[in-house]
Design a protein around this ligand. Structure first.
Ligand code: SF4
Ligand code: SF4
Length: 384
């Protein structure tokens, strides 16, 4: 098992309280017992353990994602200290920094700071006002849409590459959704499935597959050279063409990502919190344990191997698109009765989307190429 990325929970608080948030609003209570801001002892331990890990496993590159809660809440001083400590402690590995923000606190000063320290920034924005109804302020429940948009527009003036993460809201009109992000000149966006387990499945998300198929068609047949890259489609196409191993949602890749909380606890990823209170937890803490210790954790093992036969259910193992779908996100397979031994709650949606993209490529690409990569048209009957 190789870990290539840590998601650093620099704070356990946020100025928003998004209705779907797995940190605060899906039953996990860990945040109640964690420090509001990660302290210097934890930071030093993180950096030492990353350095040890990279030396041991001979890694030349490692990824650190600043995350929360809302990571801008901790102020510039936190990051200045972090990077200065990093420059002293990390020896032979190149650290790539990313920060994922809700956008409401973005300012010119922050952007200059990110540029100076070479931190890539991603903004979480669900789309237009209708798509964004689940994003609300914590103190008064008011919609945060205007503030997020203002933050994005400000940042765009100073930062060249500003990707978006959006959680799909199938009540939004697909075409308006696509045009919204095009008008904003978003270079890269991802569409995240609303997190769900069998117990929590929201019938409103039922048409997610159809919604994504419609978005794919708008995007794929759009001849505009400046259209955004939509990550989920891009990954499926690359998987079908044999150029890609996948991600935590799709494909056959291993998921070498862990979380480190503001108190130093080493956890598996946040999405697993929707399966139950404390579900992502392990017994390890960065103040006393090395990164490798998490390999002993069952929940991490399942996440790391979530696209492998060892973890997939019987239906996924036999599925005709197993190599592309990979059973979907691990958390989306959870039920109280069977644990993770289920196909994704979005199984039909994944099949619909992947088969649609596969069939579109076959119609659109030269026959020699589709013959070479050996993909054939899929029918509804192929869904097992
Ligand atoms: S901005 Fe992120 S961390 Fe804050 S409430 Fe929303 S989803 Fe949760
Ligand atoms: S489409 Fe369904 S059965 Fe097939 S791999 Fe994906 S989740 Fe499993």
């Amino acid at each position: 098992m190789i870990i290539r990325e840590i998601v650093l929970k620099v704070t356990s608080t946020c100025n928003l309280s998004c209705k779907y948030c797995y940190v605060f609003n899906q039953g996990d209570t860990s945040f109640l017992h964690e420090p509001k801001v990660m302290n210097e002892d934890v930071i030093i331990s993180v950096l030492q353990k990353v350095n040890n890990y990279c030396e041991l496993h001979k890694l030349n590159n490692f990824f650190i994602v600043f995350h929360g809660g809302e990571p801008l809440i901790v102020g510039h001083e936190f990051y200045e200290k972090f990077i200065s400590l990093s420059n002293k402690i990390i020896k032979s590995v190149k650290i790539h920094y990313t920060l994922q923000t809700n956008g409401t606190l973005l300012s010119e000063k922050w952007c200059n700071f990110f540029n100076e320290f070479n931190i890539t920034v991603g903004v979480s924005m669900d789309g237009n006002k209708l798509s964004s109804v689940n994003r609300v302020f914590k103190n008064n429940n008011m919609e945060a849409y205007d503030k997020i948009l203002e933050g994005y527009n400000t940042a765009k003036q100073f930062i060249q590459y500003l990707p978006i993460l959006s959680v799909i809201n199938t009540s939004a009109n697909v075409s308006e959704h696509y045009q919204f992000f095009k008008k904003l000149k978003v270079p890269h966006m991802d569409c995240l499935f609303p997190d769900s387990t069998y117990e929590k499945f929201d019938k409103n998300a039922k048409h997610l597959g159809r919604w994504l198929v419609n978005l794919f068609d708008l995007w794929y047949f759009d001849k505009d050279e400046n259209k955004p890259i939509i990550r989920i489609f891009y990954i499926i196409i690359r998987l079908l063409l044999g150029n890609e191993a996948g991600c935590e949602l799709l494909g056959t890749a291993h998921n070498g990502v862990i979380n480190i909380k503001s108190n130093g606890n080493i956890e598996s990823v946040d999405s697993l919190k929707i399966c139950g209170d404390g579900f992502a937890r392990t017994k390890y803490n960065i103040l006393r344990d090395e990164l490798d210790s998490i390999k002993e954790s069952d929940v991490f093992y399942k996440y790391y191997n979530s696209h492998q036969d060892d973890v997939l259910c019987e239906k996924c193992k036999k599925c005709i698109i197993k190599e592309i779908c990979g059973g979907g996100l691990l958390a989306h397979r959870f039920s109280k009765a069977n644990g993770f031994n289920n196909p994704s709650v979005y199984c039909k949606d994944l099949f619909l989307l992947i088969s649609h993209i596969q069939n579109t490529l076959i119609d659109d690409l030269p026959e020699e190429l589709t013959d070479k990569i050996q993909i054939q048209k899929l029918l509804n009957d192929d869904y097992n």
